[in-house]
Design a protein around this ligand. Structure first.
Ligand code: UTP
Length: 307
């Protein structure tokens, strides 16, 4: 144990982006509200947070995205109607949100980048470690990734990010890291080769500057010291305030002062639902895993592929 055993109860879900990869639908529907099988992708994120022990989720949003907040609210008339009609199954479905972490929201105002979006959470989160979950990264339901990242923070302190093994070409679209493998501390449910110390990180590097096969994906457990760093950064890649430039400063920061940056290598299925193909893959995979839909969908896909 280190001297930073604070419980991790906050998650911040930045949702103020424009979703240009998903135009034209994102002209009027937030991409976070697009369905994966029968529920919006944002619900999977809130459920994943809840499963990891998170009690409080803060959405960073903008104008035109109030449907996200509405989704996690009561729907009085509909509930009364379903109750009168005795439709208990449907009633339970629309009340599932009551079992999730409490949700709140804050506006970003201008989409100046992910780092700027996270800074909007400072007042709400205060001086506590927090998880950032990018809604475009959908982890397979039942994922234990965030729980494992919390275990690493308990054992080593500092900040922890999720790392995906990628090709050099793919690495140019992510933050690329230099890493040193670490022994697995007691109380951390990881295998050898799944825990690293990050010694350098660069956002969307050109291919000749890719650091390794380990790229950062959208799960971050950050020490609150990152807020101070985010207040100091200048616009970086793409002219945006990059979250990467903020947590990169944790590498050289004194561990007694919240410093240290670690990586957990993801060994679970993950979908990039901000991309049209990744979105379709998530729908097909999750529908195939659904006992009500899977068998019929499997037959349909087999027949379709034979034509
Ligand atoms: P992306 O770079 O994927 O941007 O942001 P985007 O606008 O959502 O999607 P595309 O690339 O234009 O299709 C990564 C995450 O950061 C949030 C986005 O909502 C997304 O969850 N974000 C980005 C903000 O909240 N604010 C910003 O200023 C930028």
């Amino acid at each position: 144990m280190t001297d930073t055993p604070d419980p991790v109860v906050h998650a911040v879900v930045p949702s103020a982006g424009r979703g240009t990869r998903f135009l034209p639908i994102t002209k009027s529907i937030p991409k976070e509200m697009l369905p994966i099988v029968d529920r919006p992708s944002i619900e999977y994120i809130v459920r994943e947070a809840t499963d990891a022990g998170i009690e409080d989720v803060l959405f960073v949003t903008r104008a035109g995205k109030t449907s996200i907040e509405d989704y996690f609210d009561a729907e009085g008339d509909l509930e009364a109607e379903l109750e009168r009609a005795g439709k208990t199954g449907a009633l339970e479905t629309i009340r599932e949100y009551l079992g999730y972490a409490r949700v709140h929201s804050v506006r970003q105002g201008k989409p100046l980048g992910l780092g700027h979006a996270i800074l909007q959470a400072k007042r709400h989160v205060g001086d506590a470690p927090f998880v950032v979950m990018l809604p475009d990264d959908l982890m397979e339901p039942g994922s234990r990734l965030v729980s494992k990242m919390i275990q690493v923070r308990r054992a080593l302190g500092g900040s922890v990010v999720a790392l995906l093994k990628v090709t050099p070409e793919q690495a140019t679209a992510y933050a690329s890291t230099s890493v040193e493998f670490l022994d697995i501390p007691e109380g951390v449910d990881l295998e050898d080769g799944e825990l690293v110390r990050i010694t350098d990180v660069v956002e969307k590097p050109p291919i000749d500057q890719v650091k390794s096969e380990y790229a950062v994906i959208g799960r971050y457990l950050l020490d609150p010291a990152v807020f101070e760093a985010l207040e100091q950064i200048e616009p970086g890649a793409g002219g945006e305030y990059q979250l990467t430039d903020g947590y990169a400063r944790m590498i050289d920061r004194d561990p007694a002062d919240g410093g240290g940056l670690y990586g957990v290598v993801v060994n679970e299925r993950r979908f990039d639902t901000g991309d049209k193909l990744g979105y379709l893959e998530a729908n097909v995979s999750l529908a195939l895993a659904d006992p009500r839909l899977g068998p019929a969908l499997r037959d349909y896909l087999r027949a379709e592929l034979q034509d």
